[in-house]
Every structure is written in structure tokens, then in C-alpha cells.
Design a protein around this ligand. Structure first.
Ligand code: NDP
Ligand code: 8X3
Length: 256
């Protein structure tokens, strides 16, 4: 039987690129997200690789929906080899005194609680895999904080802590746990952060070459392609224009 993978937040950005990369390499893929039209389009596209594709339409913040999705998946597959906890977002960019409490709730509910719900409910299937692997998408924001990043950074620091603790908790089951912590990458991330303001989103990447979703997919695939005894704990990756969350250089300022 071939290997399989579940990717949360596969309707855009990293998740979509990761789903494509693994499908192109023969993995059966389970794609999830809230936008069902996008899931259906992606399902058809991935099936061109002659792999089995399951689309599960749920909101990671909704515990009942996650539980229902795990039940539905258990009826279709016997085990799950790889779970990629990718669904997530930043909402807003403001100081603590100016920040929107609803934005905070959205980020904490999605990036932390959503990741926990999905992990907990998919673990019975992962434990049945011969070589289970959980890949958590963190961020450079979970390594170094930055002005106005407060709650988003806090959620990614939480992912960092969960990545480490999950690896300890799941050690007896031989389940690998890997964090991929990217820096700035041009996806729909900034459009979501700035509530649809595409010009503001574009400005983030002005005059530099950000990471592409495919770069993250390549690294995810690499970490999943290593021998059974090798577990990459943590990969922090930035574009060459970025050193960490606070140091970025625009091309015009490069010393030639
Ligand atoms: P995108 O906005 O392009 O994709 C985000 C994905 O998450 C979408 O598929 C979206 O699907 C899904 N998602 C968001 N909220 C929910 C929810 N409540 N339930 C289910 N799915 C949800 O952004 P990226 O691909 O850039 O982001 C992916 C991850 O990478 C996030 O965790 C982000 O924090 C992290 N990251 C991003 C970086 C960047 O610079 N782009 C850098 C470092 C980390 P849908 O809306 O259909 O539900
Ligand atoms: C996304 C990268 O720099 O916007 O996690 O926090 S950043």
C-alpha cells in the first residue's frame, strides 16, 4: 500500500503546494480547508497524478467538525502516515493596546487550538502507521518577536513549544515530529492579515525575493523522505533577503 498524508489548510499557499508535491510523488492525499470550491478544484488536479484524494471540508477551530472529519477519514483509510498542521493565519498587525480582541481570538483558536484539535483527533490513525510523522508549520515569528506581532508571535511560540513537547509525548510510538519555521513567503498570508488589502500585502514583499510556497513544500518533502531512524526536529528557513523576524534587506540596499 502507498503512503498517505493529510494537509490542513490545503486551499492556498504552503498547504496547497505541499499537497501537490506529495501527490506528484505518489502519495495519497487528504486535503482540508473551509473553502469547499477550492478543495474540489484541487482534488481534481491532484487526481491527475493517479493518487487517491480525499477532501475534508472543516474549520479547524470547530472541535465537533474536526471530530466528525476524523471519523469520516477513519472510515476511508486504515492509517495515516503524515499529518501536516499547516492551517493558520495572522489577523491584523498592531500593538497590544491597539489590537483587535476578535483578531486575537481568531489567531489563538486557529493556530493553537485548531492545531491541537486536529493532532489529537488524527493521532489514533497516525499511531496505526508503520512510520507516523507530524509536521508542524511554525514561523520565524515563533523564534524572534517583532513590533506589532504580539499575539501572532505568541501563537507561533506556542507551536514551537507544542512541537517540542509532542516529540517527547510521542516518542514511545516512534512518531517523528518536525517543525518547519519559514520567514516571509508570498502566499495569501498578508492579504488575510491585512483583511483583503492587496496593495498593503504586496508592499511587504516589495523589492525583495520572498520564499515561495514551493520552497516550503520541498523542505517538507525532504523531511518526510529520510530513513526511519532520522527525525529532523526543526528547520528554520528564510529568503536570502531576511536574517530573522526583524532583519530584512531590500534589494536596493544590498552591497554589490
Ligand atoms: P494562506 O493564507 O495562503 O493559507 C492559509 C491556509 O490555512 C488556507 O488554506 C486556509 O484555508 C487555511 N485556514 C485558515 N484558517 C482556517 C480554519 N479556521 N480552518 C481551516 N483552515 C484554515 O497562508 P500560508 O500558506 O502562508 O500559511 C500557512 C501557514 O504558514 C500558516 O500557519 C501561517 O501562519 C504559516 N506561515 C506563513 C508564512 C508566510 O509568510 N506566508 C511564514 C511562516 C509561517 P481556508 O481559508 O479555505 O479555510
Ligand atoms: C509569517 C512570517 O514575518 O509575517 O509567519 O511573521 S511573519
Amino acid at each position: 500500500m502507498g503512503k498517505n498524508i493529510l494537509v490542513t489548510g490545503a486551499t492556498s499557499g504552503f498547504g496547497r503546494a505541499i499537497a501537490k508535491k506529495f501527490a506528484e510523488n505518489g502519495y495519497d492525499v487528504c486535503i482540508t480547508g473551509r473553502r469547499s470550491d477550492r478543495l474540489e478544484t484541487l482534488k481534481k488536479e491532484l487526481e491527475q497524478n493517479n493518487v487517491h484524494v480525499i477532501a475534508l471540508n472543516f474549520d479547524v477551530r470547530n472541535r465537533d467538525e474536526v471530530e466528525q472529519a476524523a471519523k469520516e477519514l477513519s472510515a476511508k483509510i486504515d492509517s495515516l502516515d503524515i499529518l501536516v498542521n499547516n492551517a493558520g493565519l495572522a489577523a491584523g498587525l498592531a500593538t497590544i493596546d491597539e489590537g483587535d480582541v476578535d483578531d486575537w481570538d481568531t489567531m489563538i483558536d486557529t493556530n493553537v487550538k485548531g492545531l491541537l484539535y486536529v493532532t489529537k483527533m488524527m493521532l489514533p490513525l497516525i499511531k496505526k502507521s508503520e512510520q507516523g510523522h507530524i509536521i508542524n508549520i511554525g514561523s520565524t515569528a515563533g523564534k524572534v518577536t517583532y513590533l506589532n506581532g504580539n499575539v501572532y508571535c505568541a501563537t507561533k511560540y506556542a507551536v514551537e513549544a507544542l512541537n517540542q513537547t509532542m516529540r517527547i509525548d510521542l516518542l514511545p510510538y516512534g512518531i517523528k515530529v518536525t517543525a518547519i519555521n519559514p520567514g516571509m513567503a508570498e502566499t495569501e498570508f498578508s492579504i488575510v492579515r491585512f483583511k483583503g488589502d492587496e496593495d498593503k500585502a504586496k508592499g511587504v514583499y516589495d523589492d525583495l525575493q520572498p520564499l515561495k510556497a514551493e520552497d516550503i513544500a520541498d523542505v517538507a518533502f525532504y523531511t518526510a523522505s529520510l530513513p526511519a531512524h532520522v527525525c529532523i526536529n526543526d528547520v528554520t528557513m528564510t529568503c536570502t533577503n531576511q536574517a530573522n523576524s526583524t532583519y530584512t534587506i531590500r534589494n536596493k540596499d544590498l552591497i554589490k
